[in-house]
Design a protein around this ligand. Sequence first.
Ligand code: SAM
Ligand code: SF4
Length: 334
Amino acid sequence: MRELSDKHGRVATDLRVSLTDRCNLRCTYCMPAEGLDWQPGEEVLTDDEVVRLIGIAVERLGVREVRFTGGEPLLRRGLVDIVSRTARLTTADGAPPETSLTTNGLGLDKSAEALAEAGLTRVNVSLDTPDPETFATITRRDRWHDVAAGLEAAARAGLTPVKVNAVLLRDVNDAQAADLLSWCLERDYELRFIEQMPLDAQHAWSRAEMVTAKEIHERLSERFALTEVDEDRGSAPAEKFHVDGGPATVGIIASVTQPFCGACDRVRLTADGQVRNCLFARQESDLRALLRGGADDEEIAEAWLVAMRGKLPGHGIDDLSFLQPSRPMSAIGG
Ligand code: SAM
Ligand code: SF4
């Protein structure tokens, strides 16, 4: 089997698939209050098209993990079917790919069971605060209790360990970091904080305003004893810490202040069928045009291999020449 390698020796085995750019929340660090101009329906890959591309990645190009994201992937009507068809594929190791979902959790209370039965392995639910009012301020929607219900349903359905992703915003929820960790520890959810990145549609991100990994560590250390987990991180972006001696852990992802680009094993497919070799890529490769133009699997695999070769060594957020990609995170797939 060939592999999705680049000129810097990295090999992509983790495919992030965006299933829609639409969302039912309006997180301030992601998109404006009025939402965005959503991709027109005919531009979005059909269920069959998306499964075909995932199949090429898994069965011809060495992909071992498939993570569904968006926008909000639970808004995709065919999600359960797409998961079940993905879980029936076979990787180079002869096993099915690991399948997971990054979601805001709205509606997960109703779909967790069906997703688990379809073969989904894990979920990451985004929740930035244990406080419903702060949640409404950040997401511009009063839906905290729905997310909490989604998390409970995920745990009941066995989609474990249930992971929670949080972004901290200065003077909004940064003072709640330790409260959020307590809340997650009580429920056995594995929490990971991620530094805010310049991927918002409004281009409002500011390096000076960003809450750094170092600050997150300091905030948590005011209440908990954190000791670094002694393990080879491999391509995992989170630096993990035992909380109060363990076994519980918390992760801190320093995407901006300590980039892990050198160990990156990801490749992304947008809902409209573009391959992106990096979240911050400024170029894409149009697999949808090939697909709809009648290309066979081998031709598509070749185009995918070429798309990966040009992956840049790093995102360069701190370079003076850094330019934010034209697509926001919600249209790339976080
Ligand atoms: N809607 C789903 C969700 O919120 O989990 C999936 C898509 S969302 C773009 C994926 C992840 O990206 C979420 O955990 C979200 O918090 C995170 N995210 C969005 N904008 C971000 C930004 N500017 N910096 C860092 N993380 C961001
Ligand atoms: Fe929606 Fe996720 Fe963006 Fe929030 S972070 S607006 S839930 S896509």
